[in-house]
Write a protein that binds this ligand. Structure first.
Ligand SMILES: *Cc1c(COP(=O)(O)O)cnc(C)c1O
Length: 363
């Protein structure tokens, strides 16, 4: 059986160091907001050649706290891609803001910059881009639109640790880069974790307050805050894995290159483009008979996933929150996308086998 993902195998190379950290942690007896969180924040900022990073509890909170920092008014509108994972839209709703969905470009799966201007109204305050599947959005035109309309830009980087557009890292284009370190992400903790990268000292201080009950000084609360701290132990684990992020990404890119080379043209594969350093958080293909293909692979002992089976416009939870429910590009992707095994835990031989089996599929 070739699993879609195996966290146990994925983390095996780090096991000795992780155990060592746990034992140091027990010796130290400092569990919340300690040296490990501070050191990880510094190292993660440095990886991005940025000054400010604040560790938070998870990726959803990273998005919520970034939005909270902006001080928007209830009912202000935030532009977001129609095919994102629901977390991005939930963050907007939790902040009392209105999500305005914009269709993706079918060639990149990311928000179509040409479709953004039509979605801008007098209430629009921000664009929340999502670098989906590990490929950056087309940031040049997006940043230009944001500048022209004085909109904040928040990047959902939960699937794009180390991804680049024209040599620049995801999370460094906008006002905020929000990250998740959910265990399956390219940089994954051993539990929930997240972080926000920001550009200004003011936002940095505000984020630090917001994640810790609105408090700057113990028992002095300046703003209505949250409890959304990055766990000290998870920060310690992340510090072990961060130096290997590039190696993890390179491995995934090598596997993706095998699919690109071997898979026949009945499958729509992610396009190669020099402007984009895709880190393939998810390697997806499109096929008109996706469900049949998924069953065929399962019969050949190959596990796959669907990201995602239900589009935001079809989610029961969002039925009172969207302006309309007709997003054909997104609907098309949700009906035909299939995610193939492509993780740090897979070997090149396994991926060649998966690709060979795929080529045997005839609809
Ligand atoms: C995983 C993910 C999130 C949420 O991260 P959590 O840590 O699970 O809260 C947000 N956006 C996208 C695109 C994701 O893939």
């Amino acid at each position: 059986m070739i699993p879609y993902e195996s966290l146990k195998i994925l983390n095996r190379p780090f096991e000795e160091k992780l155990k060592g950290k746990l034992s140091d942690f027990l010796d130290k007896g400092w569990y919340i907001l300690g040296e490990e969180v501070a050191a990880f924040e510094k190292e993660f900022a440095l990886y991005h050649d940025e000054q400010y990073c604040v560790g938070v509890a998870n990726g959803l909170d990273a998005l919520i706290l970034a939005l909270k920092c902006c001080g928007f008014k209830p009912g202000d509108e935030v532009i977001v891609p129609s095919n994102t994972y629901i977390a991005t839209i939930l963050a907007i709703i939790h902040c009392g803001l209105t999500p305005v969905l914009v269709e993706p470009d079918l060639r990149t799966y990311n928000i179509d910059p040409l479709a953004i201007p039509d979605a801008i109204s007098s209430k629009t305050v921000a664009i929340m881009v999502v670098h989906l599947y590990g490929q950056c959005c087309e940031m040049d035109p997006i940043m230009e639109i944001a500048k022209d309309h004085q909109l904040k830009v928040i990047e959902d980087c939960a699937q794009a640790h180390g991804a680049k557009y024209k040599g620049k890292l995801a999370g460094t284009f906008g006002d905020f880069g929000a990250f998740s370190f959910y265990p399956t992400k390219n940089l994954g903790a051993l539990g929930d974790a997240g972080a926000v990268i920001c550009k200004s000292e003011e936002d940095y201080q505000k984020l630090r307050q917001l994640r810790n009950y609105g408090s700057e000084k113990k028992y002095h609360n300046g703003v209505i805050g949250y409890n959304s701290r990055l766990d000290e132990l998870q920060a310690a684990f992340l510090r072990i894995k961060l130096p290997h992020l590039d190696e993890i990404n390179q491995h995934k890119r090598k596997l993706a290159a095998i699919y690109f080379e071997v898979l026949n043209d009945s499958f729509v594969k992610p396009k190669l483009d020099e402007d984009y350093y895709n880190v393939y958080h998810i390697y997806n293909i499109l096929h008109p008979e996706r469900d049949k293909l998924k069953e065929f692979l399962a019969a050949h002992q190959i596990a796959t996933e669907i990201h995602y089976p239900v589009a935001p416009q079809d989610q029961v939870a969002l039925k009172d929150y969207l302006q309309h429910f007709d997003y054909p590009v997104s609907a098309n992707i949700h009906q035909s996308t299939l995610s193939l095994p492509c993780s740090f835990a897979h070997t090149e031989a396994e991926i060649r086998h998966v690709a060979d089996i795929l080529n045997q599929f005839s609809s």
